[in-house]
Design a protein around this ligand. Structure first.
Ligand code: NAD
Length: 249
């Protein structure tokens, strides 16, 4: 039987990229998966693929910047699958902009999705995870840029650093109730989030990674699977970077 047998997972941003990979892998390992995303067509196609593989999944439109939207997604997960054991705060956006270039609107949008979105996810999901008790877990997706200093995307970096500390605080807040909370810090993974990049930018990215290659979404999904599974039952408040050696260097 699968490594997530008996789990019910709500995955934000599950229609694309890292969220899609986590949804597919979680379902292959026996979890029942609720995909929450703004992208309904893509979300439905991920659900169809999971069902085609014999897995169980459903889609709900979720805007992580709205607490009521999160509460509805949590309620639907429980109504559909009977409980919620696992929450993956994966949805996120990126845009560049240093301190001089970033606008107040750009800042506010970034914080609303990447930071407030994770807070609201945990706020809406925690009561059900606590109810499910031991065996339940939250996996938050930060970024290696939440750990290091770097210029050129001030709001993204700040929002991802906030995800890091919220994860540590949540781990301690829920530790007595059996809910584990861990954070993944992806390095450079090939997904749509970066948009179109030039061959020169691609070469520069690869040159900055000790392994010399960008990661695959499944590299992050496998780390997430482990942290969500009972194999990680003694791990909470941890930080796992998935980055081809970038942070080590
Ligand atoms: P992606 O763009 O492929 O997927 C992000 C998903 O989030 C999309 O499906 C999008 O519709 C959804 N989303 C955006 N705003 C939303 C909202 N308000 N409500 C609900 N859903 C929303 O990007 P990805 O690379 O798969 O990113 C997933 C996470 O991984 C993000 O938090 C990102 O910051 C993080 N990350 C990615 C990388 C990388 O190299 N790809 C590196 C570090 C961190």
């Amino acid at each position: 039987s699968g490594r997530l047998e008996g789990k019910v997972a709500l995955i934000s941003g599950g229609a694309s990229g890292l969220g899609e990979a986590q949804a597919l892998l979680y379902a292959r390992e026996g979890a029942r998966v609720m995909i929450g995303d703004l992208q309904e067509v893509l979300g439905a196609s991920v659900v169809a693929r999971i069902r085609g593989e014999g897995g169980e999944a459903a889609f709900t439109r979720l805007d992580v910047t709205e607490l009521a939207s999160w509460q509805a997604a949590v309620a639907l997960s429980v109504a559909t699958y009977g409980k919620l054991t696992t929450l993956v705060n994966n949805a996120g956006i990126f845009h560049p902009g240093g301190i001089i270039d970033e606008s107040p609107e750009g800042w506010a949008k970034m914080v609303a999705v990447n930071q407030t979105g994770v807070f609201y996810g945990m706020k809406a999901g925690a009561p059900e995870l606590v109810k499910a008790g031991t065996g339940s877990a939250i996996v938050n997706i930060s970024s290696l840029y939440g750990l290091i200093g770097s210029p050129g995307a001030i709001s993204y970096h700040a929002s991802k650093a906030a995800v890091r500390v919220m994860g540590k605080g949540a781990a301690l807040e829920f530790v007595k109730q059996g809910v584990r909370v861990n954070t993944i810090f992806p390095g450079q993974i090939r997904t749509p989030i970066l948009g179109d990049i030039t061959p020169e930018q691609d070469a520069a990215i690869k040159a900055s990674i000790p392994m010399g290659i960008v990661g695959d979404p499944m590299d992050v999904a496998h780390a997430s699977l482990f942290l969500a599974s009972d194999e990680a039952r003694y791990i909470t408040g941890a930080e796992l970077w998935v980055d081809g050696g970038w942070y080590a260097g």
